[in-house]
Design a protein around this ligand. Sequence first.
Ligand SMILES: Cc1ncc(COP(=O)(O)O)c(C=O)c1O
Length: 444
Amino acid sequence: MTDAERLIARDDAVIAGVEKLRFFPLAVESGRGERLIEPGGRALIDLSASWTASGFGHGHEAIAAAIAHAAVDAPGASILSATHPSAVALAEQLIALVPSDLPPHARRVYLGHAGTDANDVAIRGCRHATGRPGILAFQNGYHGGLGTAQRISGVHVSAGVTADPAVAFLPYPDPYRPHTGDPATVVDDVLRLAAVELARGETAAVIVEPVQSDGGVIVPPPGLLAGLRALCDRHGAYLIVDEVKVGLGRTGRTHAFEHEGVVPDIVTLGKALGGGLPLSAAIGPAEVLDEPVASALMTTTGNPISCAAALAVLEIVRSGVATRNARERGDQLRGLLDEYVRSGRPGASRVGDVRGRGLSLGLELVADRRSAEPDAVLTAKAVYRAWQLGAVAYPVRGNVIELTPPLTISAEAIDRAAAILTAALDDAALGAVSDEEIAPFQGW
Ligand SMILES: Cc1ncc(COP(=O)(O)O)c(C=O)c1O
């Protein structure tokens, strides 16, 4: 047994299955930048960044220093019953970073632990402020893994989770899959459906991902967010843009909604915001986030160590360096993958699409390009083979490999990552991974 296998066996014996989403036998002992190190010393290129939660790389010096400093003389561990400087500074800076039509004094920030609770609190607040129960969300959307945020997530509901009683799901306009025969794959059709729903006057909020990530890395065609903005204005509903996955620079702009020039009512952030620590935020109107007082309580929210990490993260975001790198490295990776698709190599004909924005990319795998039949088994085998060859990437929506490396990744690492990924695709297409090898990994 290797050191990694021993650790995985211990994990099997003690860690709860309900929190596992595993695709191959990965154990990690340490990390630096875009590198992950397995027990035993093998280095892998991280093309997930822990689903973007390590968005600025592992062990980022400035973030690590901020955490270490904050841990030494932490002013408690909570903002429930006492305030402290880093929570207040973080909220002030988030209000400055996220655009709004409201003046600063009419805005508030909820500080939470995860995207899940930020979205939960945002939805609850919209229901309370409007007195309406309805939520308009999207099929294949992902907003959280527990509670209301889970029950309004299309991904979970289509997997059997009971939907929130007042949620309605719209199709997310998908420019890549007109062949699916979905009734609405174009923006105008989706907006027409949204208008019908909103006209009932029962909708508190529309919640939308600016790139539908876990739903298959789908960049919507232009006009979706702007159309939803106009409809929300007309019908008195709030527009919540969920930037938890792709916010803070990943798409090549600070906020992904900027690509559409809209101003949301509420923006939720998480994952990368904490620089590797658990931290999320909902930034929105005071009328949504202030009332009822003491109705969204978790003891360690606003934790000063997490807040200090986030303040270091916001400094990186404001510097623009990571955002620019997301654009440049995203173009580089996409170019290399497009080149592969044209190469005639063994796995190339199995790539249905290379898509995304910045360093949020998706590689869709199909049985063959003409039928475009999704190939989830090949996808499971390709990510398994990539892990064997030295890269970490996970599938979403069954047959799409999501590529979200740390925004700090170097050009040289992107070259290596593309070489590993394309070799893995070739090998998987040629049958290098057996059904038995992937069988223990149920993934989603
Ligand atoms: C768009 C989006 N929103 C919310 C969440 C939930 O975040 P968390 O898992 O941190 O609760 C996720 C997680 O994947 C996400 O992708």
